[in-house]
Design a protein around this ligand. Structure first.
Ligand code: TRP
Length: 334
């Protein structure tokens, strides 16, 4: 608890281009949750170097992502928006927690298996201990809730196990976090293969709507979206492509699936796709212009980065000091 509010932590990586899936599936929900919780939203750059990054490009992408958090509507005065690498406690706690995590547990992580298959030439120890760093992120702030995608649930489960293990040895040091899975927009699928999640690393550019796409590109990509030959705008399992478009439209407009079905009853896919494309373009345009404005204002952005890193450092230090004391490190002379 901070000021009687429950604590929320989440983070995103600044690799690849951000997509509509990131916005509707994650950021939009983060904004909704930000009134109710004391929120820490990190750009988790330490995690990103488990895969090789071009330094200049990486620096810019991380900055773009941080600015996007703000452009999406997260007030940086109320929410702690910061680069993970600016707060030393993440790496420090991660080391301690790694001594409370078993090789067998990390070996079971499906994301490690997937990523090591994908980066067979660089299966580094960081890729393996990635979930421990994620546990440190969360536990460092005595987090109550963690909004995550389903693909991260296994990591969160491990976080809880590590925290419980530590607490059973040293007493109640860590709050045990709960996952928070948003209802709408939790899974925006690829426009080219609706059985796959819309991903920032998809090789087919038509599969994803990027947050930087202009209006014409967005409308064109929706025109090309894979549907079916059933010629009805209905949300059901036999029509995954159309259902995905309904979900996107519903997430953008707030209309229920039934209302969307009614709205397009008797209309062709052409009309429907155009409406979805235009709606998405209308939502992204103001987001893009706010984003550009924020990035232009260096003094403003620098101020936010500095203040929020200090705030995160302050809260994380409280937990870190406690942990250091519990495990038996000698106190630093200050
Ligand atoms: N591993 C998460 C992802 O790739 C990002 C992440 C890092 C995260 N630390 C976190 C998410 C802590 C939630 C909480 O999506």
């Amino acid at each position: 608890m901070i000021d009687n509010k429950k604590v929320l932590f989440s983070g995103m990586q600044a690799t690849g281009n951000l997509t509509l899936g990131n916005y509707l599936g994650a950021l939009k929900n983060w904004v909704k949750l930000s009134d109710e919780y004391e929120c820490f939203y990190s750009v988790v750059d330490l995690h990103s170097i488990t895969v090789r990054q071009d330094p200049a490009e990486f620096r810019q992408k991380a900055k773009n992502l941080l600015a996007l958090y703000i452009a999406a509507g997260l007030d940086p005065e109320k929410n702690c928006i910061y680069y993970q690498s600016h707060v030393s406690g993440h790496a420090e706690l991660s080391w301690i927690l790694s001594c409370f995590t078993y090789m067998g547990e990390l070996n079971r992580m499906t994301q490690f298996k997937d990523k090591s298959a994908k980066h067979a030439d660089n299966i580094n120890a960081g890729l393996f201990t990635y979930p421990v760093l994620m546990a440190a992120d969360i536990l460092l702030y005595q987090t109550d809730v963690v909004p995550v995608g389903i693909d991260q649930l296994q990591h969160l489960e491990l976080t809880r196990d590590i925290a419980q293990r530590f607490n059973s040895v040293y007493g109640d040091v860590f709050t045990i976090p709960e996952p928070f899975i948003g209802k709408t927009g939790a899974k925006i699928m690829s426009l080219q293969d609706p059985s796959k999640k819309m991903s920032k690393s998809d090789e087919n550019p038509n599969a994803s709507i990027y947050l930087t796409d202009d209006r014409d590109t967005i409308i064109r990509k929706f025109k090309r979206a894979v549907t079916d030959s059933m010629a009805q705008v209905k949300h059901n399992e036999e029509q995954p492509g159309v259902s995905n478009l309904i979900e996107i439209y519903s997430a953008c407009t707030g209309k229920s699936f039934e209302d969307v079905e009614k709205e397009f009853d008797g209309k062709g896919y052409g009309d429907f796709k155009l409406a979805v494309g235009e709606t998405v373009a209308d939502i992204l345009a103001p987001l893009q212009s706010r984003h550009a404005d924020i990035l232009k204002d260096k003094a403003y952005l620098d101020g936010i980065v500095k203040n929020n890193a200090e705030k995160a450092q302050y809260f994380s230090n409280k937990t870190l000091r406690k942990v250091q004391k519990k495990v038996g490190f000698n106190e630093k002379i200050r």
